[in-house]
Design a protein. Structure first.
Length: 402
């Protein structure tokens, strides 16, 4: 009966198994190399760089095994530099698993090992404030399948933020679409809200299929307790996209007899069948190109609470500049911010012109749209970064009208 524990202990001491055709680094040799530094009183000036080069390209699981071996070393083998060597290995392991940007989070290693729902949600919220979107993307994609509905909800919120801020759309949007089938009504509602906000057409398809459904759930969304009803959100999405002159209120829709609800939905389906382009994005101002020109700029309010973003228009053969001034970003909760600003869009070159608009109390992460026939569709969103800075994201959709 004692054989099994012994075998498990031996397995932990053995290097991770090789995948077929994989060339594994010499992990015992790497451990020996690192221990030679750990026994010193202090690392020399260039030794951290030498250790970093040796750790480059080593997979995260292998680095985890190496770190365990270093920490098991007897006290007589450990010098004052051992802790610094272990920290270098730990940083390399986190960088390999989550990308180097994760190291900008305070106490990253400790927080990543926190398995509580509260710790995971706080980590996801802070990761979305990194300028590098990759750590938050990986964390959210892993967390969207968690057992806890609270963690899945926070992951859906983070994915929605990333859809506005620079996440990989090829991974972020499919994960949000999949979340429309989540068991939690709150998760489904947040996913639908964020997909509609970024004009993802699948939001319309889901809304047409699920408008008026009665599922609801009380949940903490962006730091505030709310009742979320995806069936009601679906009606709002349909009203918004169709630009109907007679919008139906979600509560009133739920009170209608079944035959009348079916008739209202048939009207929306008939509109959808005849709609051109992407109604969530184009509305009556299109058609616009489906792929935006994305630009960004970081604003430090301690230096100057203003920013300028530029892009080139292939259609207008013109340089566009968007100036943002009178910035005011206010924290509504620990994870929720709203922004107010004045923006001026200026076109120079073959296409001349400019226009000005204001945004008031726009939630950071939501896109602020500014359609302008003959120029295109300009969307802005504000990302709160760590250390009190903001990142301004601008997406310009070319207008292809006559």
């Amino acid at each position: 009966m004692r054989i099994l524990p012994l075998l498990l202990a031996l397995a932990a001491l053995s290097p991770p198994a090789l995948a077929e055709g994989e060339k594994k680094p010499d992990l015992p040799g790497l451990v020996k190399f690192l221990k030679s530094f750990g026994g010193k009183k202090a690392l020399a000036r260039k030794e951290p760089e030498a250790i970093g080069k040796r750790l480059e390209g080593v997979p995260a699981d292998d680095l985890s095994w190496v770190l365990d071996r270093l920490r098991e070393a007897e006290e007589k083998e450990r010098g004052p530099a051992a802790a610094e060597v272990e920290r270098l290995v730990e940083d390399a392991m986190l960088s390999a698993r989550w990308s180097p940007g994760i190291l900008r989070l305070p106490d990253a290693a400790k927080r990543l090992s926190d398995g509580t729902d509260e710790g995971r949600c706080a980590l996801l919220a802070d990761a979305s404030r990194l300028e590098d979107p990759e750590p938050a993307t990986r964390l959210a994609l892993e967390s969207i399948g968690a057992a806890s509905a609270a963690v899945r909800l926070r992951a859906a919120e983070t994915l929605g933020d990333l859809a506005s801020w620079g996440g990989d759309a090829g991974r972020v949007l499919p994960a949000l679409v999949k979340a429309l089938g989540d068991a939690s009504p709150a998760v489904r509602d947040v996913a639908l809200e964020r997909l509609a906000d970024v004009a993802e057409p699948s939001a319309l398809d889901w809304a047409l299929a699920h408008a008026g459904e009665e599922g609801e759930e009380e949940a903490v969304v962006r730091g505030k307790k709310e009742v979320r009803r995806p069936g009601d959100r679906a009606i709002r999405v349909l009203n918004q996209a169709s630009r109907t002159k007679n919008p139906v209120e979600p509560e009133a829709f739920r009170m209608l007899p079944a035959e009348e609800r079916a008739a209202v939905l048939e009207g929306f389906k008939a509109w959808r069948a005849g709609a051109k382009g992407n109604p969530l994005r184009d509305a009556g101002e299109g058609p616009f190109d489906p792929v935006a020109k994305t630009s960004s700029a970081v604003v430090d309010p301690k230096m100057d609470a203003a920013g300028a973003v530029r892009w080139w228009s292939d259609v207008d053969r013109a340089q566009f500049r968007l100036d943002l001034e009178e910035f005011d970003v206010v924290a509504v909760s620990k994870v929720d911010y709203v922004a107010s600003f004045r923006l001026t869009v200026i076109a120079s070159g073959q296409r001349q012109g400019s226009w000005e608009a204001f945004a008031r109390g726009v939630r950071c992460g939501m896109r602020h749209r500014l359609p302008r026939r003959g120029f295109g569709l300009v969307e802005t969103s504000i990302q709160p970064l760590l250390a009190g800075r903001w990142k301004v994201w601008v997406r310009a959709y070319e207008w292809r009208g006559g």
